[in-house]
Write a protein that binds this ligand. Structure first.
Ligand code: TEU
Ligand code: CA
Length: 558
């Protein structure tokens, strides 16, 4: 008999290699005290739901004290809990409850930048140019008359300049919003402080860390700086001033030392977004962070050719590093997949048709073109089952198991994302995938809390409520529950390994692979496809006359 899941997970130090990790965006998950902001009490009350999903771990997006200039990715204090979200005691309680439920805990660590309210940044502002206080961040003198011109013409990732003046002729550097000053990782105090933070949370029982913007820590900003146009032409990698320099490896080797002080060793997953990226495998070795996010599947649309390519690429790169592959279809930075898959061109071969198209669609308030809701839903379920059949670990984003769609028509005055404020008329930002979850189909915020939610929920959220979907065997939630429960059994079934074998189908629009006896077939074509011999274990949609309808995945046992 193979070990049961419960016993395997808690004894195997390599539990993370095939884990399903569910991302919680704390402010939008569940509100325990009715102030409209999700919190730790809310998460505690939903532990039974999390357990019932058959996931292996949760990842909590930032819950630290923050002015929320960037949804909490602007951290005031790395070793505390935002009082609006809870207390450190509540944090301990939630971790213990999740562990009792067999669910591990990843937390988000944001090492590229602090918030501008962080004590170190406040000290830097108060100190002289050239002082040790300023050396923990990246200050450069302005150019031109009165030193009023920024050190370079580089744009920030959220729009506007990447340099902010501080009034004395000096500027500080920020990749993201001005409220997010970048740390200087050449400074030993910065390095030491993050090791302290990793130990702090590891001592509080955290099992793993999701490392924000992991490729940006090591920088070469020696002057003269290249122009923005020159910068854009430098490939991401060893010679790029900002991204994916070789020196990051040394930083994470230090982190690995801390992870290995614990039993079982703490684990980490690097967030870095350069696709395609063979160099990502470096972050995923067990001398470094152990895992890296591969977003290739998320960017492959609903195209058989591109999905096939993404899978073979990721499997190849991770084989090089000896790590486990990771798969992602959604997170808090992207248009929800039920919507993406319901928009035209998602099957196009142009990889950039996707994000650009999504952004343009959001600018129309979600009305042009009209979203094909049924098709988006079918495709999202088919892709989820395809992802969950792959070896390695899969990351789910809260609400995708409900088939939640993007909320496109959030009024300007309710928007929160700095991208909306810094790129007016060009990009409305990411609030539409961060709207608080509907738990019940009625109530002031659909069961999220007892009052209104911090981002407005549309009336149609009622149809996607957990309670309603739980009562419907054809719901997206039912599909996820079936697939997640089966995945747990199948990954331990004799003969099921990490080897993916592609099975040739006559139609290139039908992707079919096996892991030993476990076969996964997805029909990307517009017409029904023939089945294979074998026992049908699960389907993402109903079969018609023994054929697999378009936008449907089937799992079989042979
Ligand atoms: O995101 C990294 C990042 O740069 C992108 O995912 C970015 O959000 C996207 O290109 C904008 O369209 C991480 C976090 O996931 C994100 O929420 C934070 O805003 C960002 O870092 C800064 O901390
Ligand atoms: Ca609250």
């Amino acid at each position: 008999m193979p070990a049961t899941h419960e016993t395997r997970q808690w004894t195997d130090p390599r539990w993370w290699r095939d884990a399903v990790v569910y991302q919680i965006y704390p402010r939008s998950f569940a509100d325990g005290n009715g102030d409209g902001i999700g919190d730790l009490a809310g998460i505690a009350s939903r532990v039974p739901y999390l357990k019932s999903l058959d996931i292996d771990a949760v990842w909590l997006s930032p819950f630290y004290p923050s002015a929320l200039a960037d949804g909490g990715y602007d951290v005031d204090d790395y070793r505390a809990v935002d009082p609006r979200i809870g207390t450190i005691e509540q944090f301990d309680t939630v971790v213990a409850a999740l562990h009792d439920a067999g669910v591990r805990v990843f937390i988000d660590i944001v090492p590229n930048h602090s918030s501008n309210r962080h004590a170190w940044f406040q000290a830097a502002l108060a100190a002289e140019p050239g002082s040790p206080e300023r050396d923990r961040y990246i200050f450069r003198r302005g150019h031109g008359e009165n030193h009023a011109t920024p050190p370079s013409d580089w744009p920030g990732a959220f729009g506007g300049s990447a340099w902010e003046p501080v009034g004395d002729g000096w500027f500080y550097f920020h990749i993201f919003a001005p409220e997010q000053p970048d740390f200087n990782w050449d400074n030993p105090q910065v390095r030491e402080d993050f090791l302290t933070t990793l130990r702090f949370w590891s001592d509080h029982g955290v099992d793993g860390f999701r490392v924000d913007v992991a490729m940006a820590l090591a920088k070469d900003l020696s002057e003269p700086l290249p122009s923005a146009a020159e910068l854009a032409a430098i490939p991401i990698g060893p010679t790029h001033p900002l991204y994916d320099r070789d020196e990051v490896d040394e930083i994470y080797a230090g982190w690995r030392g801390v992870f290995n002080e614990y039993d079982p060793p703490r684990v980490a997953v690097a967030e870095l977004w350069a696709e395609p990226s063979p160099r990502k495998a470096r972050y995923a070795t067990e001398a470094s962070l152990g895992q890296a996010f591969f977003f290739d599947l998320m960017h492959a649309g609903f195209s058989a050719r591109r999905v096939h390519r993404a899978i073979t690429d990721v499997l190849g790169w991770t084989a090089e590093s000896g790590s486990a592959p990771t798969w992602v279809l959604a997170n808090h930075d992207n248009v929800r997949q039920a919507t993406r898959f319901g928009l035209p061109d998602v099957d196009s071969d142009d990889p950039w048709a996707g994000p650009d198209r999504d952004r343009r669609w959001l600018l129309t308030g979600g009305v042009d073109p009209v979203e094909d809701v049924a098709l988006g839903r079918a495709r999202a379920q088919a892709m989820a089952m395809l992802m969950l059949a792959l070896p390695g670990s899969a990351y789910l984003y809260q609400g995708e198991e409900l088939g939640l769609r993007e909320v496109a028509d959030i009024p300007a005055q309710a928007r929160q994302d700095p991208i909306f404020f810094r790129s007016p008329g060009f990009n409305v930002g990411r609030d539409g995938c961060r709207v608080p979850l509907p738990w019940t189909s009625d109530g002031p915020s659909f069961g999220f809390g007892t009052g209104a939610a911090h981002l407005p929920q549309p009336a149609w959220f009622a149809d996607y409520a957990v309670a309603r979907e739980d009562a419907d065997p054809d719901s997206t939630l039912a599909c996820y529950r079936r697939a997640l429960a089966l995945r747990r059994q199948l990954r331990d079934m004799p003969g099921v390994g990490d080897e993916v074998t592609w099975l040739d189908r006559d139609d290139p629009q039908v992707l079919c692979f096996s892991r030993g006896p476990w076969v996964c077939l997805t029909n990307f074509a517009g017409a029904p496809a023939a089945l294979l011999d074998g026992e049908i274990l699960a389907t993402s949609g109903e079969l018609t006359d023994g054929l697999v309808p378009p936008a449907t995945t089937v799992w079989l046992k042979r």
